[in-house]
Design a protein around this ligand. Sequence first.
Ligand SMILES: Cc1cc2nc3c(=O)[nH]c(=O)nc-3n(C[C@H](O)[C@H](O)[C@H](O)COP(=O)(O)OP(=O)(O)OC[C@H]3O[C@@H](n4cnc5c(N)ncnc54)[C@H](O)[C@@H]3O)c2cc1C
Length: 381
Amino acid sequence: MNILVIGAGVLGLVTAWNLNEDGHDVTIVDKIGKYAGASHRSFAWINANHKLPESYHRLNAAGVEAHESLQKEFAAQGTWFHQRGCILSDSTSDAQENYTARVQESNEFGYPVETVDRARLLELEPGIAWPTDTALFFPKDGHLDNFTFGDLIDDLLAKAGVDVGVREVENVETTSSSAEVTFADGGVESFDQVVIAAGAESGPIAARSGLTLPVASLDSPGPRTHSLLGITAPTEVALSRVIISDRINVRPRSDGSMFVQVPPVEHRTEEGESTELLEEVRTVMEESLQELFETAIPVDEVVFSGRSFPEDGVSIVGYLDDAHRIYSLVTHSGMTLAALLGRLVANELDGGKEELLEDFRPSRFRHGIVPESSDSFIGKQ
Ligand SMILES: Cc1cc2nc3c(=O)[nH]c(=O)nc-3n(C[C@H](O)[C@H](O)[C@H](O)COP(=O)(O)OP(=O)(O)OC[C@H]3O[C@@H](n4cnc5c(N)ncnc54)[C@H](O)[C@@H]3O)c2cc1C
């Protein structure tokens, strides 16, 4: 089949690569270029941690496993998936209750978790001045070098003769035999199938095509759709894995720097992006890093980062139209799910039906949008 993938973020790239592997004639376009959206400013914690409901947990757990397999398959190309686990530390007065609930939930789902004491915390992360005596350790979690991963898939595509074209899609119309795509440059081209993987802008593309795809708009910023992501200078301070807490989230990057988020300032995304805000947040991040590592770590940059957030919080994967020519692929757990969804979507475009995706079909919105539950899970990604 002749298939167009709209968007060269992590999801579009992996999907295009899988479709090409299956022998399809694939075109991939991005209005700006590879990794221009959320994929290039993602914390990229790979996890199935407190992903509810259970079917969403199962999808994310399979996502973690898909990264494990892909990393093994392409080990000679480098390391991008670091499965060193995640430590969750809660210093609030509800910590004990929260830990108990999380351990119970993880046990019910069969997702490994360990309650760790101070000695074990120091063994795992000796560079941290731990604010709590106990924490939870999730050994299956990890983090992804998002750029290394994107480059790997882009290289595999290029070797197969598929390059990302810089082109903006205006809309898609279906006929009985094809999907007619109109580009912003005025061109019109015909494809057998189209995959909309344009992140936060997938909703507007669908709307211009007369279809419904409820993805939160980035026009009214807030903690649901945006995050303040800090990037530190490279540092000698030891950090091996993802740390999630009510005060600060950190994870190592391959060049020795770290990604940082400070949950108590996330609400300030409501103010919208400004130089003053980014400067103030940079100061708060440096103070929080000083507290956590008891040493100064400069923050080089703070990014006001928009997510691709389905209105009800869980992935939207499946055909949008009755003729089955326009397929949607939007999720805010895109780093965790990329390796898995790329394969499952290709299987479905080949005519298969993936049971893991059944709860995430766009058809659920025919009955309206059930908003996401107001669960204030720390570090929710
Ligand atoms: C701060 C932050 C932290 C995150 N943390 C995590 C995490 O810890 N774990 C996790 O799993 N996920 C995380 N995510 C989410 C994850 O990064 C995203 O789900 C993922 O990157 C989405 O990838 P995508 O390919 O769908 O979209 P994007 O990366 O946004 O790519 C969409 C692409 O479509 C292009 N496009 C848009 N409109 C058009 C058009 N009309 N025509 C052509 N091209 C178009 C854009 O230019 C863009 O390049 C985080 C996101 C953010 C912002």
